[in-house]
Structures are given as C-alpha cells and as structure tokens.
Design a protein around this ligand. Sequence first.
Ligand SMILES: [Zn+2]
Length: 208
Amino acid sequence: MYWKQIDKTTRVQNKGQYTEWKQQIADECYNQCVYCSIHENPWGGIDHYHIDHFRPQSKFEKFTHIITNLYYACPICNKFKSDDWQNEPDDLEVICYPDPSDHNYSDLFEIDVNDFTLKGKYISSKYLINRLYLNRPQLVYERRESFLKLKAEALINETMKLSELSDDIISLKQALLQIAKLTQHLHTRGNICPYKLVEIKKPNKKKS
Ligand SMILES: [Zn+2]
C-alpha cells in the first residue's frame, strides 16, 4: 500500500454527469484511495468506493463535473473529509488538502517502522493524518504487512547474493530456506483478507 501521484495530463474530461464516470475515475486513480492508499479489493471493489470531490461540491459547485476535481476515495476517508475545505492547496505549510495530482503523497509522510504509524512532514500532511484518521488500526495493520513482505523479499535477495560469494554453501542454504519459509508465511497471511471474500460485483443489467 503506497500512494501514487495522479497524472492529470492523462485524465479525460467527458460530457455528462460525474456519477457516470466512476470506473474511469477508479482507473485513473489506480483503483486505490488517493488519501490512505488502500486498494479497493479488500473493501469489496468499486461499489464500495466513493467519488471524492476534492474541492467540495457544496462550496465549489462549478467544479462538480470537472474531472481533475474528482478522485477515488475509500468510504472512510471520504466521510471524514466530507465538505471540509480549509485553504487552497498552494503551500504544504498551511492547513489544506494537498492535491493528489500535484504531489506524490508518499513524499508528505514518514512511516515509523517501529509502530507503522504515519508522521506528517508538513502542516498540511499533519492535518490530513488528524482529519482523515490515517493512523486508524486497519491502515496500521496494512502498512505493517506491506513492510514485512518487502523486508522478507529483500532478505532473500541479499542471501542469494551472499550464496554466490561464499564457500560455506550449506549454512547459507539453510538460511535461505528459513527466509523462504518466512516469505511464504507472510504472503499467506497477506492473502487471507476476510473482506476479499465478500467482494460484490454489480451484475450486468440485462435488456428486457
Ligand atoms: Zn482512504
């Protein structure tokens, strides 16, 4: 779970209503919440995610159907953000929502590798953490799992390199075996997401 900057140059402005563009918005936002970076899959797919009006509809009506004002958000972030709008996102050091097209959110935070909580690097990102509860237990859990998987994979790669250099092949092979088991274990744990089992797809509407 890592943030990805949204590429505004490839976004397509269609005619019509924003409510018809959910799949497009999901695709352009990599099918994950732009604020907390949780992918839609553990939440049951697109039907459970929301279209976020970056500049809230209630305060910026003219941006209601402007594609660059629309992002993909999980229901929790979307609810906490609601129609909150403090300042224009021109300066990271004022209270505001940094625009996910202007910033890679990964650059706004630091992850504490001891407890997997987020720390804001700027006044704006500190505000985001507080306002959207970006240290809620589910997100801390997901961060920990991602971190452990990456670390295990890095360990294996390192051991493979060592095995090519060393004469003590037997002990290295044993170490490699252990790390392989660890990775397999972590992947198995990562794959067991109870909420994946309840993924709901919208049935295709049949023409009568
Ligand atoms: Zn979210």
